[in-house]
Design a protein around this ligand. Structure first.
Ligand code: ASP
Ligand code: MG
Length: 406
């Protein structure tokens, strides 16, 4: 008997009728002869509502208490799903993260899984039960409850699939799979049948909010094939795995975009060792996550240092950087908060010339100004005006013929 891990997202379990529908899907897999372990997210906006409530009660909620509070959303969903399965005549048991053996470090609200003891899950499977695990949570050595960070149920599901050596981890939400571009922005975007881990990781890291990056990373490390599909229909979805066929590899696979980009430039920074560290260490200490960093080559012993942050972090970043800029003798700090990012992604770009040129040419024909460019081996990203991101995605989708079937 093969084991399948299925994960259902918050929209898939939002309400009694949806929970019953999910139960029927689980039963189908079960009746096809598989053992099933299910990971659930909290119903609908539960987690957001719990966060809001906590901050209404106390502006600085205790981290330990907050994690216990947030973990309850997934617990509620898991118990209701077990009850739905019972009502349909199937043996099922819900387990919270601790009962499922998920051990973590004690970094509240962003805990890392340190190990999983699957004994209880295996025992329940042996008894013939469908095992429902509350996602997004674990327990520390001191028996305190932790959560894995927002969107963490994906990580729970892939980690369980890895430890249980599941055949696949099926991740169900309200989207049909991974598309060549965000279908909400570009209706002609096409669903991919498969994509490699590394391409998917670049897509999600550069703005494609289809699955949590940590889950993709974990899938790659433990070679867990991840199927991304909808729980609202029976369409086949997209498989994230290692072996993507040669033909497909030779193309741009997708276009990611991100509308949440702000840029800071520290102008005329004295060019001497240690300056970058002086700027970026305090930013890291302030919990500001810096994305693209570009330093211009200097001609007169000064350079311009530009970096991007999420829009919500711009004000905080400026507060940190402005006094440092003044103290190191930089001329000034300037910022721009109306930016976006557009990226072309595909393993086929590795060692193949011409992709960058075609991307820049396409943007230039649309009269879109490129402010910054960054690349990895399989990705080229341009930072442009936010208002032009949609045009850029559309033009690039056409230029790289992504509407054509693979
Ligand atoms: N309920 C949690 C969140 O919304 C975890 C998850 O959905 O994966 O972040
Ligand atoms: Mg959620």
């Amino acid at each position: 008997m093969t084991l399948i891990v299925q994960k259902y997202g918050g929209t898939s379990v939002a309400g009694a009728s949806r929970i019953k529908r999910v139960a029927r899907r689980i039963i189908k897999t079960r009746e096809a002869g598989h053992q099933v372990v299910v990971v659930v997210s909290a119903m609908g906006d539960t987690t957001d509502d719990l966060v809001k409530m906590a901050y209404q009660i106390n502006e600085f909620p205790d981290k330990r208490e907050l994690d216990v509070l947030l973990s309850t959303g997934e617990v509620v969903a898991s118990t209701l799903l077990a009850m739905a399965l019972h009502g349909m005549g199937f043996p099922a048991i819900s387990l919270n993260g601790a009962q499922a053996g998920i051990r973590t470090d004690s970094a509240y609200s962003r805990a890392r899984i340190t190990g999983i003891d699957p004994a209880r899950i295996l025992k329940e499977l042996e008894k013939g039960s469908i095992v429902i695990v509350a996602g997004f949570q674990g327990i520390t050595e001191d028996l305190d409850i932790t959560t894995l960070g927002r969107g963490g149920s994906d990580t729970t599901a892939v980690a369980l699939a890895a430890i249980l050596k599941a055949k696949t981890c099926e991740r169900y939400t309200d989207v049909n799979g991974i598309y060549t571009a965000d279908p909400r922005l570009l209706p002609e975007a096409r669903k991919l049948t498969e994509i490699s881990y590394e391409e998917m990781l670049e897509m999600v890291t550069y703005g494609f909010k289809a699955i949590h990056p940590r889950a993709v990373e974990l899938g790659e490390v433990f070679s867990v094939p991840i199927l991304v599909a909808s729980s609202f229909n029976d369409k086949p979805g997209t498989l994230i795995h290692k072996e993507v066929s040669m033909e497909i590899r030779n193309k741009v696979r997708g276009i990611a975009h991100d509308l949440d980009v702000a840029k800071i430039t520290v102008v005329r920074v004295p060019d001497r060792p240690g300056i970058a560290a002086q700027i970026f260490l305090p930013l890291a200490e302030a919990g500001i996550s810096v994305d693209t960093i570009v330093q211009n080559a200097s001609i007169d012993n000064t350079t311009d240092l530009t970096f991007t942050v999420a829009k919500s972090q711009l004000a905080g970043a400026m507060t940190v950087v402005e006094p440092i800029a003044a103290s190191i003798g930089a001329q000034k700090c300037v910022s721009d908060s109306d930016l976006g990012k557009v990226s072309i992604i595909g393993s086929g770009m590795q060692n193949a010339p011409g992709y960058a040129a075609r991307m820049f040419d396409t943007l230039s024909k649309e009269n879109i100004n490129i402010l910054l460019i960054t690349t990895s081996e399989i990705r080229i990203t341009c930072i442009i005006e936010e208002a032009r991101v949609k045009d850029a995605v559309k033009a690039l989708h056409r230029a790289f013929e992504l509407e054509k079937a693979e």
